[in-house]
Ligand binder design. Structure first.
Ligand SMILES: *Cc1c(COP(=O)(O)O)cnc(C)c1O
Length: 376
């Protein structure tokens, strides 16, 4: 029998062959190794500058003592707390290893080759990845051009018009990352009502705790009106637990039942379950996160305005600034000064850098470095 050499690429499922992996922010340790810098400020992954809350940390430490035991695969206690927190039933919640995991479970649960998925231009990078990985087709709706609504934001009319007979699912990040833009709640609910009933709408509310705008509220309180709605949330941002990986979906019990069939039995570890439950009860930490973010957002936007640097107004814990030229070299120069931010050319925004709101001192360190780099 003639033996052909193994070519793994050819063995990969068609969707996987075309995949480009998610590009995370550069880790601090990596930059330290490369440049031997002492002081490094990372404002690249929308992490919480406060560090983990004391209560979450204490709960995590306690949970470590039971590390030899499998976690509660049903996440009963955390789900009970989340159900109470969100005014829903426990049966409506699906836990994930970060909301990224939840998004992937949703894709694996509902999408097959031949199905299509609609999301906006400049939307969160995980949507195309989970769509492609299962062999479904992405339909990218053009974002607002600035005439009817703030530029770069999701255009729900374009998104509705992009829905085809084969469309199974729509992803909406509200607020969106990396733009920080949001869709008004009234328009979002009109959209959910108008889409064909067989199309699932996933509203990703990773930044909901930070989001403050006259026309913005979470869609979660109205979930019971929309049988095709899935809302996702995370503990990675305002709750400060990105490293532990906990997120969740809220949906109808029927959808949650399907999602729970697909997720791994122990997808959220015991330390994360305990820490998330403690974090959810720590109102003080959350309030401090939000207050620090508001002050830092003001600090950065004032600095940008003083330097006549345009930016995309954001209601998240990050802001995309427009350098009005290719941002790559500025990103590299900032790295050499010990500041890690996020280039977002892969989001169709080659002139922008996304900066996470840090502490006052971190923000100032970034502004000073930027001044040196831009020579102003
Ligand atoms: C950060 C982020 C997430 C959450 O990621 P986790 O997997 O929960 O850490 C989800 N959606 C968006 C839009 C994000 O920016």
């Amino acid at each position: 029998m003639a033996c052909e050499p193994l070519i793994p690429e050819r063995l990969a499922a068609p969707g996987v062959r075309a995949l480009t992996p998610y590009q995370p922010g550069k880790p601090i340790g990596e930059l330290q190794r490369e440049l031997g810098l002492q002081q490094i400020v990372k404002l690249a992954s929308n992490e919480n500058p406060l560090g983990p809350g004391a209560k979450a940390l204490e709960a995590a430490q306690r949970a470590l003592l039971d590390s030899h035991l499998y976690p509660d695969g049903s996440g009963h206690e955390l789900k009970t707390a989340l159900a109470h927190h969100n005014g829903v039933a426990r049966e409506q919640i699906t836990l994930g290893n970060g909301s990224n995991d939840v998004l992937e479970v949703i894709a694996r649960c509902f999408l097959a080759p031949g199905d299509s998925v609609v999301f906006s231009e400049h939307a969160f990078a995980v949507y195309p990845i989970v769509t492609q990985a299962v062999g479904a087709t992405a339909i990218v709706a053009p974002a607002h051009d600035g005439r009817r609504a703030p530029r770069y934001g999701h255009d729900l009319e374009q998104m509705a018009a992009s829905i085809e007979p084969g469309t199974k699912l729509v992803f909406i990040a509200n607020p969106n990352n990396p733009t920080g833009t949001h869709v008004p709640s009234v328009e979002l609910e009109r959209f959910i009502t108008a889409v064909p009933p067989q199309v699932l709408v996933v509203v990703d509310e990773a930044y909901v705790e930070y989001a403050q705008a006259r026309d913005y509220t979470s869609v979660l309180p109205n979930l019971s009106r929309y049988p095709n709605l899935i809302v996702t949330r995370t503990f990675s941002k305002a709750y400060g637990l990105a490293g532990l990986r906990v997120g969740y979906a809220v949906s109808s019990p029927a959808i949650a039942d399907l999602l729970n069939r697909v997720r791994q039995p122990f997808n959220v570890n015991s330390v994360a379950l305990a820490a998330a439950q403690a974090a959810l009860a720590d109102d003080d930490y959350l309030a401090r996160s939000v207050a620090l973010n508001r002050a830092g957002m003001q600090q950065l936007t004032e600095a940008f305005r003083a330097r006549r640097l345009p930016y995309i107004p954001s209601i998240g814990n990050f802001i995309a600034m427009d350098l009005q030229r290719t941002a790559g070299p500025v990103y590299e120069a900032l790295l050499r000064r010990g500041v890690i931010v996020r280039p977002i050319a892969n989001y169709g925004l080659p002139n922008h850098l996304r900066v996470t709101i840090g502490t006052e001192a971190e923000n100032q360190f970034f502004i000073d470095a930027l001044d040196r780099v831009l020579g102003s």
